[in-house]
Unconditional design. Structure first.
Lengths: 271, 311
């Protein structure tokens, strides 16, 4: 199995795709960090109401947590794309034949892709977090707030961020095994992730006013991107279920897509 | 093999037995059975759409058979413990990531199969691709891609080689190289199964042939024997300025006489000495007297007539 994981990591290292996605992840930090820093200053100075950031979310620790996870939104998209490409590249470039000739046990191939993807998700989290920690701590200290790294809310956000990176990479592999057409998989997943959250938010808002029930809003969590958002959002709210529901839903999707994809791959004719 | 060692010769034998593949609308392979012996090059022949590629892919566990089995050394492909050390396969020319270099393509396979990393360099040298090792796959010519595919198949130094249309895209020099390469591998006692539709090339390369059409076995055996089985189509070609006299003289025997497009007489049913004797008796002057044996191409076309094409 370790041979297979090594082979999968070598596949990633020997093409330029992951390099572009890594640059993308760094750029998304570069864009998000100044924005989040401005948001921190505004809300902590009491200007949060104009931006709709109130209550728990407007506290210094909550804003620090947001700052320390800058770039997460697009970063998750990029690790998911890596997961997708790890599978669909095999079909796009017709290397599935070579791969399954070297390892006829196809489940082992898919599992090693899942492991390699998780390792990669971890690496992306580590690099982006180190950058965020350095920049965030410097920013907060310079603005006389201290680093706030001792706050549980901040530590929790960093750990949940790690979890999000791992799950979304695995989910990417799962989506790739379900939709082997490269363009189809990338477009579907991007749409689900980027447009999905907003559209689903509006849909559930309409649904809840039609049914005259706030509780309906909590069901947004069935949507992967919404689940991810709920998982990393600190504090309680009557609009969202608790964070762990989001985490469970997301893990459920990753497992389901991984298992269904694995079963499909075992039966699929490679031609 | 004469070394008398413990390894049984059927260790590298391919046995296809009752193999069938039913796709939604097409019966691609229909109850196909044949064997492939070690130490020989076996040509796997059939018209386009005969089911050659499907058969090879079922042999390698890439396509699941509807019925029947295909084994290598008595075991199905997924049952082989280290498959690349037993079997090397070249299935299609364009099976590498376009942005990856040739040497990295081989290293990825080495890593997956647990083969030492330097096997990648050795295999690349074996097919003469070392100068292009660090070039990306998208910059390779068709012939170079084909050589890279062979290098990948040779990584595990396998005793069984399976190649699907390996001559596609090769120039005459490349085809000659391939012929020598495969013959040498067979001479070392390996099993070599090559599918092709280039019949003249197969006649030069193959020791045995397996001919299929419409998913079914048409003929299997050594090339000479398969051609010999069509012995009734041996003909004698004669050039003479007195064609009419000779035709008249031959008409008394069992001979059939036709005139070909170049004006030569094509005589069937009798052998060359008989034609010569008849001509001498009749006082006919001969300019050419040649026995024309059927070649693989003619035998193939006669055997597969009416079974070719789109199904």
């Amino acid at each position: 199995m370790s041979n297979l994981v090594r082979s999968e990591l070598l596949k990633i290292r020997t093409t330029s795709t992951w390099w572009w996605l890594a640059i993308g992840a760094l750029l998304s930090i570069a864009m998000a960090f100044p924005l989040n820093a401005w948001l921190f200053n505004t809300t902590v100075d009491g200007g949060g109401e104009e931006l709709g950031v109130v209550g728990d979310a407007a506290s210094a620790p909550a804003q620090a947590a947001n700052l320390y996870t800058s770039g997460q939104y697009l970063g998750l998209l990029f690790v998911m794309l890596i997961g997708i490409l790890m599978v669909t590249n095999e079909f796009f470039h017709q290397t599935a034949t070579t791969t399954f000739l070297a390892t006829p046990r196809r489940s082992a191939v898919i599992v090693s892709k899942l492991i390699a993807a998780s390792l990669l998700g971890f690496a992306f989290w580590l690099v982006t977090t180190v950058i965020d920690l350095g920049a965030g701590a410097a920013f907060l200290a310079l603005n006389d707030h201290g680093t706030l790294l001792g706050e549980w809310e901040v530590q929790r956000a960093l750990l949940l961020n790690l979890m999000a990176y791992a799950i979304w990479t695995v989910l990417g592999v799962g989506i790739g095994t379900l939709i082997t057409n490269q363009l189809g998989a990338v477009i579907t997943a991007s749409v689900l992730y980027l447009i999905g959250t907003q559209v689903i938010g509006v849909l559930f808002l309409l649904l809840s006013s039609w049914l005259d029930s706030m509780a309906v809003l909590k069901w947004q969590v069935i949507w992967p991107a919404a689940a991810s958002q709920i998982m990393i959002t600190p504090g309680e709210s009557e609009m969202y279920p608790p964070w762990w529901v989001g985490a469970l839903v997301l893990v459920g999707y990753a497992l389901a897509s991984g298992i269904v994809g694995l079963l499909l791959t075992r039966r699929r004719d490679i031609s | 093999m004469s070394d008398g060692q413990s390894r049984p010769t059927n260790d590298a034998q391919i046995v296809v037995s009752g193999l069938t593949k039913q796709y939604r609308n097409v019966l691609a392979v229909n109850n196909l059975s044949f064997t492939v012996a070690p130490g020989r090059v076996t040509g796997f022949l059939g018209p386009n759409g005969a089911g050659k590629t499907t058969t090879l892919r079922m042999l390698l566990n890439l396509v699941t058979p509807t019925a029947g089995t295909a084994t290598i050394g008595g075991r199905r492909y997924p049952e082989l413990t280290e498959p690349l050390r037993h079997v090397g396969a070249v299935l299609e020319a364009s099976s590498a990531h376009k942005g990856r270099t040739g040497i990295n393509h081989l290293r990825v396979i080495c890593a997956a199969a647990g083969l030492p990393r330097q096997r990648a360099d050795e295999a690349l040298a074996l097919v003469g691709l070392t100068p292009a090792a660090k070039r990306k796959f998208k910059g390779y010519s068709l012939g170079m891609k084909q050589r890279l595919g062979i290098a990948a198949a040779m990584l595990g130094d396998p005793r069984v080689l399976i190649l699907d249309e390996p001559a596609n895209g090769l120039d005459p020099e490349g085809i000659r190289w391939m012929r020598g390469f495969l013959k040498a591998l067979a001479a070392e006692g390996r099993t070599v199964l090559v599918s092709s539709h280039l019949l003249s090339e197969m006649q030069l390369l193959a020791d045995d042939v397996v001919i299929i059409a419409a998913g079914q076995l048409v003929r299997q055996g050594p090339v000479e024997q398969v051609i010999g089985s069509m012995a009734q189509s041996v003909r004698v070609r004669v050039r003479t300025p007195q064609a009419e006299e000779l035709t008249r003289a031959l008409a008394e025997g069992p001979a059939t006489v036709e005139t070909d497009e170049h004006g030569a007489l094509m005589i069937g049913g009798v052998d060359a000495p008989t034609v010569g004797r008849v001509a001498l008796t009749a006082g006919v002057e001969l300019h050419e007297l040649t026995t024309e044996r059927p070649d693989l191409e003619r035998v193939f076309l006669e055997l597969t007539a009416g079974k070719a094409g789109i199904r």
